[in-house]
Structure formats: structure tokens, C-alpha cells
Write a protein that binds this ligand. Structure first.
Ligand SMILES: *Cc1c(COP(=O)(O)O)cnc(C)c1O
Length: 423
């Protein structure tokens, strides 16, 4: 099946006479006829549903669809993108381990890595994503267990050199985890460029309509965990009578462990209702993304012509520093998100934002409706000036998320707000 077809048909095929649309199985539990059958499920000897915290048919269909879209061997949905990032790392790192992350990442991920992980004994070193392979290698420690980055960074809108990061990971024999939220698998499938684990905040483009929060972890099945560095996967798990994930689940060892151990113990499971909404959104992902991209490119060009704007960050523009990287990794299109730097900083940015009418101010991106946000006073509010700088955010930076309205209306609204700055 081609990508567009998978968006509609992967993960669920109706039985004869069954519902055409993926049904919502709003049930916490599943009935069985014998204790023996339930015992086998608990021992991971048989596949089947037994409790919705671990698996649910609606959520399961969505997981299968996303795994198909990213080209992975399996997926696990979570109740938010934050939970997906947390589990993706915690599944293989523990107290005493070290992670290398690109510094151009989502603010919530930064807080998780820099503060919460530190409290848990996991240390994170941030590297500039423009650093050379040699410079990234300088951040490596004997206990470095994974590398992390974002395909298109939120909100810096910078494109990651995926092959450079995956080359470092391969040299160290550790996995490369990538957050593909902004690119979506429609524009980029990082596993094809050497990533091992892909995560998403499905709250963003995969849903696209701003109706549910969710996350997902996709296992590429590409990493060999039997190299002595990941005993959690290659040595017996006493909580399952000593099963060894790599032996029993092969290529799907990582994602199986995330489900049966982390989801069992930590429980950030999505509701079946939300999985249904997410699936509905994904059915139209390709048509939405094409329009997000066309609108954003038009808006980005318009913004470069404005006196009040010092810089437009949109790698679809030939003038952008990341244009060449975008041509390589996301040649068919980009996210609808643009970052702009106001020449006169914070106050002008705020005045312009307050003048917008059609475009709403909201703490969200990747919605079908155009929205805008000022990271320095919202999502990245907790960061110090130094941390903001490292994350590529300045006080006058505005994040504009282009929706799928007729672009004439978006441009008219932006123009009238610029006119008010003059007045
Ligand atoms: C929003 C976002 C997250 C966090 O996802 P939530 O669903 O809000 O928890 C993680 N990464 C990126 C790139 C995001 O945009």
C-alpha cells in the first residue's frame, strides 16, 4: 500500500458485516473462559487483550497504523507526547546512565531531560545540532546509552542532520531516538535515514484537529540490543519469570518491553476514545500536510518582506540556513510552523500578536486552524536566558503555525496586524 492508502486502511480491516469505521472499544477489560487462558496472557505466552492499560483493540489498530506509516516493527501509544519521550528513554536508560541530546528540542522535552531525569540519576548532555561528528563524539561518556534529536525542531524550525547523528550512534553502538512530530511520517521517515526509535506527540499533526493529547513510540526493529550495553533487554526480567526480551520478541524486544513493563508499571495509557479521534485525524494526514506546507511557504515568503521582521526561520525558503538539509530529509514538504524574529524584540512581538484577529493565540501548534505563540513568555517560560539561547529561542521569537484556511485570509490578518504596528 502507498502512504496515503495506509493512512486510511492500515491497522483495521472490517470483518464481513463489521463496522466500516474503526470502532471504539470502550472497555477496560476482556472476558475469558478459563484461568489457564488468562494465565498464559500474564506470562506473555499468548497474545490477547486482558486490560486496557496494556492493550486495547482501538488503540492497537492505531498503533499498527502508525508503525506502518513510519516503517517500524511495532508501536506503543501513550497518553501524551511527554509520556512517549519519557518511556522511550526510560525503557533503556536507568540511574547512572547518560544521554546525548540535540539542544534544539521542544521545551517540555528540555525540562524532562535537564531536570527530571537528573533527579532520577540520568544525566543529559546537550549538543549543538550543527556540531560536527567529532564534536558530538566529545560529549560521549563510557555510560552513554542513547542519542536524541528532533527531525524539525520545535520551535526553532531547524532540520536535523539525521544521518550525522545516526552515524555517531552507530559508531558507539547505541540507539538513536528521534522526535518526528513536526515532520510527520508523510514528509520524513527517520528509520530510512538510520534512526532506531521514532516518537511523536500525536497531539500535533497526526491528530491535527486539536481534539486529543497523545504520544507514540515506534520501534524500528533496527537495533541489536545484544551488545552487552542493555541488560534490561538482553538479560532475564524477573517480573516475567525470567523472560529475556531479545530472545522471546526478537526485533520487537524494545517495544514489547515498553508495553509490558513500563506501561504496566507507570500506566500513561491513552483512552480508546482518544485513539479513535487520533485515527480519524490520521486518515487525512497527507491532504492536510500538503496544504499546511503550501500555506506556510506562502506565509513565510510574505513575512520575509515585512519591515518589522528581522528573520524568518522556515527551511522551505531558499535563503534559510537549513534549506539544503530540508531538501535532503524533507524534500516533499515541511510542517506549517514558521518561527519569526521581530526586529524590536518582545514588545513589538506582543503588540503584533495582540492585534491578530483570525489567527488565535494559543498554546498549541500543528492545528488545522492557524495559531500563534510567543515561546519566551509561554512554553519556554521556565528557561533561563542562557537555556533559551541554547534552544535557539530569543525574546522576540514568535511561532506561527499555519493552518489549512484559504491563505488569502491568513495573509490579510497578518497584514492588518502589521499595519497596526505602524499606527
Ligand atoms: C508538543 C510536543 C511534545 C509533547 O507532546 P504532548 O502531547 O504535548 O505531551 C513533544 N515533542 C514535540 C516536538 C512537540 O511539539
Amino acid at each position: 500500500m502507498e502512504f496515503e492508502t495506509k493512512c486510511l486502511h492500515a491497522g483495521y480491516q472490517p470483518e464481513n458485516g463489521g463496522p466500516r469505521v474503526l470502532p471504539i472499544v470502550q472497555s477496560t477489560t476482556y472476558a475469558y473462559e478459563s484461568t489457564d487462558e488468562i494465565g498464559k496472557l500474564f506470562d506473555l505466552e499468548a497474545a490477547g487483550y486482558f486490560y486496557t492499560r496494556l492493550a486495547n483493540p482501538t488503540t492497537g489498530a492505531v498503533e499498527e497504523k502508525i508503525a506502518a506509516l513510519e516503517g517500524g516493527v511495532g508501536a506503543l501509544c501513550t497518553s501524551s507526547g511527554q509520556a512517549a519521550t519519557f518511556y522511550a528513554v526510560l525503557n533503556i536508560l536507568e540511574a547512572g546512565d547518560h544521554l546525548i541530546s540535540s539542544s534544539y528540542i521542544y521545551g517540555g522535552t528540555y525540562n524532562l531531560f535537564a531536570h527530571t531525569f537528573r533527579k532520577m540519576g540520568i544525566e543529559v548532555t546537550f549538543v549543538d545540532q550543527d556540531a560536527s561528528q567529532e564534536e558530538i563524539l566529545q560529549a560521549v561518556k563510557p555510560n552513554t546509552k542513547a542519542i536524541f534529536g528532533e527531525t524539525i525542531a520545535n520551535p526553532a524550525v531547524k532540520v536535523l542532520d539525521i544521518e550525522k547523528f545516526s552515524a555517531v550512534a552507530k559508531e558507539l553502538d547505541i540507539p538513536f531516538i528521534i522526535d518526528n512530530t513536526f515532520a510527520t511520517p508523510y514528509f520524513c521517515r527517520p528509520i530510512e535515514f538510520g534512526a532506531d526509535i521514532v516518537i511523536h506527540s500525536t497531539t500535533k499533526y497526526l491528530d491535527g484537529h486539536a481534539v486529543q493529547t497523545g504520544g507514540v513510540i515506534v520501534d524500528g526493529g533496527t537495533f541489536d540490543w545484544n551488545n552487552g550495553k542493555f541488560p534490561q533487554l538482553s538479560e532475564p526480567d524477573e517480573t516475567y519469570h525470567g523472560i529475556v526480551y531479545t530472545e522471546k520478541f526478537g526485533q520487537a524486544a524494545y517495544i514489547t518491553k515498553a508495553r509490558v513493563q513500563l506501561m504496566r508499571d507507570l500506566g500513561a495509557t491513552p483512552s480508546p476514545q482518544n485513539s479513535f479521534l487520533l485515527n480519524l485525524g490520521m486518515e487525512t494526514l497527507p491532504v492536510r500536510m500538503d496544504r499546511h506546507y503550501q500555506n506556510a511557504l506562502t506565509v513565510a515568503k510574505f513575512l520575509t518582506e515585512q519591515k518589522a521582521i528581522k528573520h524568518v526561520y522556515y527551511p522551505g525558503l531558499e535563503s534559510d540556513d537549513n534549506y539544503a538539509l530540508a531538501q535532503k530529509y524533507v524534500p516533499n514538504g515541511l510542517c506549517g510552523v514558521i518561527s519569526v524574529e521581530f526586529a524590536e524584540g518582545k514588545e513589538t512581538a506582543a503588540k503584533w500578536l495582540d492585534a491578530l484577529e483570525l489567527v488565535s493565540l494559543e498554546v498549541h501548534v500543528a492545528d488545522i486552524r492557524t495559531c500563534a505563540l510567543h515561546p519566551a513568555t509561554s512554553t519556554h517560560r521556565q528557561l533561563t536566558d542562557e537555556e533559551l539561547h541554547q534552544a535557539g529561542i530569543s525574546p522576540g521569537l514568535v511561532r506561527l503555525s499555519c493552518g489549512i484556511e484559504n491563505v488569502t485570509d491568513i495573509l490579510a490578518d497578518l497584514q492588518q496586524a502589521f499595519d497596526k504596528l505602524e499606527g
